[in-house]
Design a protein around this ligand. Structure first.
Ligand code: ADE
Length: 274
């Protein structure tokens, strides 16, 4: 997969040299190129922003450097992808913004199947809307939001989206099974996990996990996933497909919904007998 990122803070993306994503780049599973928007300015101060038409607070990113930067992305990407995709290949442009569509595991899966993504990192009050309109005449353009809160710019969102997408590429994660059994893959959150020691600060690992009884362990984990989802994410629990639930799932769900507790705090630990 090819990914191009345009930003005024290229160093922000240095974190994508680390860990699994760094290794995927070394193995050429991922060709990630970062471009400095200021390289596409032509004034002494390398200006990228100006005051908003219509008034209001803050600054807006000017369209001209963006237009040139995205033209460069198109030319550079086509050269790099020559032979892989057609001569008229275009990237899918993702524009991080709190006004975008929610970024979800489902969207991550869809993006992981594409050959070429590009990201336009806005700062200040955002990018002149004509940049998106112009790009949309040639490319697919999707504004994406990480969640209902406001970041200072798109860079942190790009780190999150690239990591979520790149780990789904074949060969990036050694154990493909770990991709299957994780939160959001089937609408349920992940079960709690434990390792040694079996007892720590007076807290014991649930006995069933030490029992060696695989059926009982699988059932306990499933129950914990259902319970956690109902407690922390009632929106996901309400959207569960009833056909995908068994009788035990339904019982756990009903019990948890009858006594929901606080989603924001873990349940109180049981009282310790003297
Ligand atoms: N840029 C600023 N806030 C953002 C958010 N919530 N998601 C994605 N990009 C952003």
């Amino acid at each position: 997969m090819r990914i191009d990122v345009v930003t005024i803070f290229p160093e922000y993306l240095d974190a994508l040299r680390l860990s699994l994503i760094g290794r995927a780049r070394e193995q050429e599973l991922l060709d990630l190129q970062v471009h400095d928007l200021r390289d596409f300015t032509h004034d002494r101060h390398r200006t990228v922003d100006d005051t908003p038409y219509g008034g209001g607070p803050g600054m807006v990113m000017r369209p001209e450097p963006w237009g040139e930067a995205l033209d460069h992305v198109q030319a550079a990407g086509r050269t790099a992808l020559a032979g892989v995709s057609g001569e008229d290949a275009t990237p899918h442009l993702l524009v991080p913004s709190p006004s975008g569509v929610p970024f979800t595991q489902q969207l991550a899966r869809e993006l992981a199947a594409e050959p070429w993504l590009a990201f336009a990192c806005g700062r200040y009050e955002g990018i002149d809307e004509r940049v998106l309109d112009d790009a949309a005449q040639r490319w697919r353009v999707t504004p994406v939001s990480l969640g209902d809160y406001v970041l200072n710019g798109g860079e942190v969102a790009v780190l999150a989206v690239v990591e979520a997408v790149a780990r789904l590429l074949p060969g990036v994660i050694g154990n493909a099974q770990s991709l299957v059994e994780e939160s959001h893959e089937d609408g349920l959150l992940e079960y709690p996990v434990y390792t040694k020691p079996a007892s720590w600060r007076g807290l014991d690992v649930p006995a069933v996990l030490l029992s060696g009884h695989h059926g009982a362990i699988a059932r306990w984990r499933r129950d914990e996933r259902v319970r956690r989802t109902a407690r922390r994410r009632p929106d996901l629990a309400a959207a569960l497909d009833d056909a995908a639930l068994d009788d035990a799932d339904r019982r756990v769900l009903a019990d948890q919904q009858a006594d929901p507790g606080s989603a924001r705090f873990l349940p109180e630990p049981p009282a310790v007998a003297d």
